[in-house]
Design a binder for this molecule. Structure first.
Ligand code: GAP
Length: 512
């Protein structure tokens, strides 16, 4: 049985071998936590972006998109609170010299306690079979209840230490829980220190504090500073949203786990502006909408869970993560945040410009409240890749690696394969591609035997392969092979468009 670590390694190897993701600057031995998307990775990434943009912007009358600059006036980051509060609490192990996020060490400890409870539940399930009632077991079993109480106690202390910047308490908690360094196994910890995550650089040729600018750590601020521009030019009426896809940069200390945590990454964010007092309703609405968007991809229902934040970001009044079952366990995929009027109010104060909305129904002006949805594009990519990756043993004992990528997201939709490189088969294959390529990304492949070519398409997740053979030249039919079932059927060339479209059209994914 492959371990989770093996599985992640296999996925990373596969992603490199087939041109999805390469380590950045590899010929110079790479740059840590930085990756490049290859020829298939770029296609998959674009399709994920498209799925998000269609669902969030084009399917909503009251949501529009923008594309703001990465560089922004430095005051933006003072106003947003990032200069003062966008920190990670870090702790070093003196023996291994390894640096950790103090809150992550504690959260991992909590997760271990949770796992023990899950094991207890599994045992109960085995013992009582169908008569087992998980809810009752979890709410009455004394061992489980004691551990839950322990978790709540730790969470409360961590919350207090993080929100009140009590770094000594955080260290004390790590010591009391007897957390050891995973590398050295020792409890020899330094004090906890705050570390700002923003990258800075200098504008123009002058150096010094006055010309210091930042690479944006979130795309959201490009939306806030343009709130009135968009509202006025687009005649937007509250409630309305502004969405954006773009790069963000964070000097992550614990940057690891492939593309899960990088220093340069992409976010897909939407800020939804609402009447003050209505944010609770919209927060629930967007939590529900976003989880549906994820689940529409057809992966296991159990691959998702909500997790309410213990430590709220400096801007948030309420926040929940959609966590995903990555190869390294459940981790944050998306955040949904109720940001109140924090950002617009701060920008009003720092810029001296009014950022208000006149509500004709209420006949008053106010600073709107904001509910934000923010999903990492690279994490979506890893979620899709890891859930799609399958190492299968077939009925005849042979094996294949297949990427069962949801067809609408697959890099190529169709591969067209002439059985032989002669007798007009390549020409007919190209003719078929010419008829399909405006709507579906097609690949032509005439190398190797047909079995190997099918395997290659399986490995890159192409939902359909079309084989052109001698018969095709006579009766204008081809063999259509479906990736997941490997079923083959003979279909007229003129039906190909309809059959492929039915399966790969993004319409199939879009909810509401
Ligand atoms: N505007 C709100 C915001 O930026 P966040 O929870 O810090 O909130 C949102 O980030 C999402 O961005 C996360 O849920 C995650 O998917 C993605 N993300 C954050 N840091 C990342 C990193 N270092 N590498 C890859 N993705 C990251």
């Amino acid at each position: 049985m492959a371990t989770q670590e093996d599985r992640l390694k296999d996925i990373i190897g596969h992603a490199k071998e087939y041109g999805f993701v390469f380590p950045s600057s590899e010929i110079y031995d790479g740059l840590s936590a930085t990756y490049d998307y290859g020829q298939l990775g770029a296609e998959l990434k674009n399709n994920i972006k498209n799925y998000w943009w269609k669902a969030m912007v084009q399917m909503h009358e009251n949501i529009v998109g923008l594309d703001a600059a990465i560089f922004m006036a430095p005051q933006v980051w003072k106003a947003s609170g990032h200069v003062d509060a966008f920190n990670d609490p870090l702790i070093d192990n003196k023996d291994s010299k390894k640096r950790y996020r103090a809150d992550v060490l504690i959260e991992e400890h909590i997760e271990k306690i949770r796992q023990k409870n899950n094991k207890e539940v599994e045992k109960g399930q085995k013992r009582f079979g169908d008569a087992f009632n998980e809810h009752e077991f979890r709410t009455t079993n004394p061992t489980i209840l004691r551990r839950e109480e322990e978790i709540t106690g730790i969470e409360n202390r961590m919350r207090d230490a993080l929100t009140n910047d009590k770094l000594d308490d955080l260290k004390l908690l790590i010591e009391e829980l007897e957390i050891v360094c995973p590398l050295s196994g020792s409890k020899n910890w330094t004090d906890v220190k705050q570390f700002n995550l923003m990258f800075s650089t200098e504008l123009g040729s002058v150096s010094g504090e006055s010309s210091k600018i930042y690479l944006r750590p979130e795309t959201a601020q490009g939306i806030f500073v343009n709130f009135l521009n968009v509202q006025k030019s687009g005649r937007m009426k509250i409630p309305f949203g502004i969405a954006q896809i773009g790069k963000a940069f964070r000097n992550e200390i614990v940057a690891r786990q492939f593309i899960f945590r990088m220093r340069e990454f992409e976010q897909m964010e939407m800020q939804f502006f609402v009447r003050p007092g209505e944010e609770g309703k919209w927060y629930e609405y967007w939590k529900d909408y976003r989880i549906k968007w994820h689940k529409a991809l057809g992966f296991s229902e159990n691959a998702y869970r909500f997790h309410d934040h213990i430590k709220l970001a400096h801007y948030a009044k309420a926040a929940a993560d959609i966590e995903f079952d990555f190869p390294m366990g459940f981790k944050e995929l998306e955040g949904i945040h109720s940001r109140g009027d924090f950002d617009l109010k701060q920008h009003e104060e720092f810029s001296g410009k009014k950022l208000r909305y006149f509500d004709p129904e209420l006949n008053e002006s106010y600073i709107p409240y904001v509910v934000e949805t923010s999903v990492g594009l690279d994490r979506m990519f890893l979620a899709v890749l890891s859930q799609s990756y399958k190492d299968e043993t077939l009925e005849d004992g042979t094996t294949r690696v297949v990427l069962s990528i949801p067809p609408a997201l697959a890099p190529y939709k169709v591969a067209v394969l002439p059985l032989m490189k002669k007798d007009g088969m390549p020409e007919l294959a190209r003719e078929i591609i010419d008829g399909l390529k405006f709507d579906f990304n097609c690949q032509y492949d005439d190398k190797d035997n047909i079995g190997r070519r099918y395997r290659r398409q399986d490995a890159i997740g192409t939902p359909f392969a079309i084989t052109v053979d001698q018969e095709s030249l006579i009766d204008k039919t081809v063999t259509l092979r479906e990736r997941d079932s490997m079923k083959q059927e003979r279909v007229p060339i003129q039906d190909l468009y309809r059959i492929i479209d039915e399966k790969v059209n993004m319409r199939n994914l879009l909810v509401g």
